[in-house]
Design a protein around this ligand. Structure first.
Ligand code: ADP
Ligand code: MG
Length: 849
């Protein structure tokens, strides 16, 4: 049965109400509250039953047939919502807006909130280490504006980006934005990429929020930024009905203030997740996150993903870490205090737009309790934070909230005695009632002489006097008892006196629950007034926690404070890759990296598995750590401030976009070549590997030459083309280094030590042996290799100059093959996929000829 097809006038009033509300939310799954359940009807019910693996039943709705229905209990709804939302559905929550007890006829209902992928606030559904972002993107033709918010913590940021889809997507992935709101006229290709290739939820919205929440962006002048903010706010406030009273003012990010790294770099360096398993374990953040609070963890991650470029700001963090290192007793005390702090940011988020309960308020109280202590420590450390201790709110919570409250806020037991006089009076009536019952029972036993008489209570019949069957004859007429209920072996009665008390006790109970709820809401609203101040406190605590974490790393992993120079110099003594050092199964071999202002490029050769990639990653990680304000894994480090890092490391085939390794290699190379400045760092790991030897080698050497001569940025360039090592002689800013290996009795040992000069052996067969390739193949490979080597020796003897040899090699290749000629003309960087397929087709055709 489809919703569209039913005759509305035949429906029951309740179902008509459902239909009216559902009309407003055609796209969303409507969770319709009916007593203790949320019910979904028609197509929504079918979808929910399929996706949640729940039975599809039916509901009488006035029609001949029952309406398809799927229901979930309201107290267990959260995981169901999460499951649907993570599958890309939006969920509209429709509540009863009146208390059924106090209403005659049908209860008013309405949607109170819409939840989508980017706007979950329930902390039980969120990863504590991560922010959870929803964004609006606006395309101004020459620039994109990106505004993104985390509703659960109440932060909102805006930034402008160059008009490049690649950069935009890189930002979205780097910042882990889960949902974007776009205008209808947005580039379809962009929408396709976001949705199809990267699984980002896309919502279309045309409107902007004009007259609300202006306080959030009153500090912003740029009209383009404002437009983007208002666009996101409209979606949140009007479409999803979010209360944003906990949001901090919009924070403007200037991309220029931060070290630029694209998504390839952050992934390759495994900053926040590992390359293969996409897990936090064994990533850099996993290593350095020693935070005691989730707010600290999120802050540290933000620092790691946004390293600074301002020397002053960076050294401020160094100074604080230094201080904490020296004052280790205070540091320990501080971390113990931080351990007591709950996720204040997310409690604030829940307070504004979630289901805050009394337990959350107790968590807030416990967090506030340690603030005076922390404030003292800040003074002792002479840190420039002024921490609000929220004395008043703490006292309020201490006075008011009962220590062991239930999860729901509508069953009473929330408020302490002594907080509210009326409540105390009602409670004493209730209590008095209970003593009355006990006394009453004893009195009756005596006056009637019935020894096993009982006074009890149940929900349906209220209070009763219970008499066993055998004793019924003792119930005399003149007692004026009325029969209430008959059970198999006893009768239950009510007496006039009991009836009177019953009314009073039950009344009190009901009033207590209502009053407690109202008092709770009052307390909540009082705290809401201080939300922004609480968030400032949360901000300070998260910074302290992140700094303490970095200080612990410095201690535990023997990191040192780097020196920052403006002379373009890299001077690292005994640097290490901190993650491999920690989890590798061998003793880590530390390495120097020295590039004074006269050297821009290290050309790294060495056998497979010797540690070339690790050496390159190590440098990038060192720079990132240094610029996020952390100490670094080395004996000493003198580093320049880098503006951008580009990497081409390893084979990270982009399976989703279906591009070949070589295409990706070249695209990443292009990004670096176009984007790098003199102050950038480029890591090219075996560039050119994805194509034929001579292509690859020539491209590699041309690119290397271009970077060294034109861009002049710091570059690590590893290669297996030994022909390239001659470039050292031609270009003075290039220096050869190699990672050493030792060969003894036919086996190699990798020493992982980086030394000056080049190496000319690649030990490929040895590595194959280590990998367990059968001896038969290895021996045969050795034979073939010997032939090749003799061949090339002969060639070398014939030709004096290596560079001539290189060109000669090219010429040999160039026996006019029409297919090769055609291939040479193609420029994959400038081709659309369609053109590429056509070209491939033509090539195939010409092969047939
Ligand atoms: P390559 O890029 O030369 O093939 P990798 O950098 O991938 O080599 O390193 C190969 C392995 O050697 C890695 O798994 C790593 O654990 C180990 N390794 C690399 N560098 C070192 C080092 N300096 N000390 C100890 N082990 C290392
Ligand atoms: Mg490698």
């Amino acid at each position: 049965m489809r919703r569209e097809d039913v005759k509305r006038e035949e429906l029951s009033p309740m179902m008509q109400q459902y239909m009216d509300i559902k009309d407003e939310y055609p796209q969303e799954l409507l969770f319709f509250r009916l007593g203790d359940f949320y019910e979904l009807f028609f197509e929504d019910g079918e979808t929910a039953s399929r996706e949640l693996e729940l039975t599809l039943t039916g509901k009488n709705a006035g029609l001949k047939e029952r309406v398809p229905m799927c229901g979930v209990p309201f107290h267990a709804v959260t995981p169901y919502i999460e499951k649907l939302v993570s599958k890309g559905y939006k969920v509209a929550i429709c509540e009863q807006l009146e208390d059924p007890k106090n209403t005659k006829g049908m209860v008013k209902r309405g949607v109170v909130q819409v939840i989508s992928k980017g706007t979950i606030v329930d902390p039980t559904l969120l990863n504590e280490h991560d922010n959870h972002y929803i964004a609006s993107i606006m395309d101004f033709n020459y620039l994109y504006v990106l505004c993104y918010a985390d509703i659960s913590t109440g932060s909102i940021n805006v930034l402008g980006l160059p008009h490049s889809k690649e950069k935009l997507i890189s930002e979205i992935l780097n910042r882990k934005i889960l949902e974007v709101v776009l205008k209808e006229n947005t580039d379809v290709e962009l929408i396709g990429l976001l949705k199809g290739s990267y699984g980002i939820e896309v919502s279309i919205e045309e409107n902007s929020l004009e007259n609300e929440y202006q306080n959030l962006y009153e500090n912003i002048e740029d009209e383009r930024y404002k437009e983007c903010i208002k666009h996101l706010l409209y979606y949140l406030v009007v479409k999803e009905l979010k209360d944003l009273s906990h949001m901090s003012p919009v924070n403007i990010l200037y991309a220029d203030d931060y070290l630029e790294m694209d998504i390839h770099t952050t992934r390759n360096l495994e900053l926040v997740e590992t390359l293969r398993l996409k897990e936090r374990t064994y990533s850099l953040i996993w290593l350095i996150d020693k935070c005691k609070t989730s707010m600290g963890s999120r802050k540290l991650k933000t620092w790691l993903m946004n390293p600074l470029k301002n020397k002053g700001l960076i050294t401020e963090r160094y100074d604080k870490i230094d201080k904490l290192n020296n004052e280790f007793i205070i540091k320990d005390k501080l971390r113990n205090a931080l351990y007591e702090i709950y996720d204040i940011e997310r409690i604030a988020g829940k307070l504004a737009c979630g289901n805050l309960n009394a337990r959350d308020l107790l968590q807030l109280k416990a967090s506030l309790k340690v603030l005076p202590e922390i404030s003292e420590m800040i003074k002792e450390l002479q840190f420039d934070y002024s921490l609000n201790t929220h004395e008043e709110i703490y006292q309020l919570l201490e006075k008011s909230i009962y220590e062991n409250p239930p999860v729901t806020v509508k069953e009473g037991y929330l408020i302490k005695e002594g907080y509210n006089q009326e409540l105390d009076e009602l409670k004493s009536i209730r209590k008095g009632g209970k003593t009355f019952i006990a006394d009453f029972e004893n009195k009756l036993k005596e006056s009637t002489g019935i020894k096993n008489l009982k006074v009890g209570y149940n929900k349906v019949f209220g209070y009763y006097i219970e008499i066993t069957k055998g004793q019924i004859k003792e119930v005399k007429e003149d007692l004026h008892w009325e029969r209430r209920q008959t059970l198999t072996n006893c009768e239950r009665y009510i007496s006039p006196e009991l009836k009177e008390k019953e009314a009073m006790i039950l009344n009190a109970e009901e009033k207590i629950i209502d009053l407690e709820y109202n008092l709770f809401i009052e307390i909540k609203n009082r705290i809401k007034k201080d939300l922004l101040k609480l968030k400032e406190t949360a901000e300070i605590l998260s910074e302290l926690d992140a700094l303490a974490s970095l200080s612990v790393c410095a201690d535990e992993y023997h990191f040192v404070r780097p020196t920052l120079n403006e002379e373009h110099m890299i001077e690292i003594k005994n640097g290490r890759h901190p993650v491999i050092e920690k989890v590798g199964n061998m003793e880590y071999v530390s390495n120097d990296c020295i590039m004074d202002s006269s050297i821009n490029t290290l050309l790294i050769t060495g056998p497979n598995m010797s540690g070339k990639s690790t050496y390159m990653r190590q440098l990038a990680i060192m720079i990132i750590l240094a610029q996020m304000g952390s100490f670094v894994p080395a004996e000493s480090a003198n580093l320049p401030i880098i503006d951008k890092i580009f990497t081409r490391i390893g084979a990270s085939d982009d399976l989703v976009s279906g591009e070949s390794t070589f295409m990706i290699e070249m695209k990443e190379a292009k990004n670096a070549i176009v984007g790098a400045t003199e102050n950038s760092l480029i890591l090219f790991d075996e560039l050119g590997r994805g194509t034929a030897t001579y292509d690859g080698m020539s491209l590699a050497s041309a690119i290397l030459e271009y970077i060294s001569k034109k861009i002049k940025c710091k570059t690590l360039f590893s290669t297996h083309y030994h022909e390239l090592v001659d470039m050292e002689r031609k270009i003075p800013t290039i220096k050869n280094v190699h990672v050493s290996a030792k060969e003894e009795n036919g086996t190699v040992t990798f020493l992982h030590k980086v030394k000056s000069g080049a190496i000319d052996k690649s030990y490929g067969i040895h590595v194959a042996k280590l990998a367990g390739i059968p001896n038969e193949i290895l021996n045969r490979a050795q034979e073939i290799l010997n032939v090749y080597e003799q061949d090339s020796k002969k060639k070398k003897e014939n030709k004096q100059d290596d560079s001539i040899q290189l060109t000669m090699l090219f010429e040999e290749e160039q026996t006019k093959d029409p297919i090769k000629e055609k291939l040479k003309e193609l420029d994959p960087l400038r081709m659309t996929p369609l053109e590429a397929i056509n070209a491939l087709y033509e090539l195939k055709e010409s092969m047939k000829k």
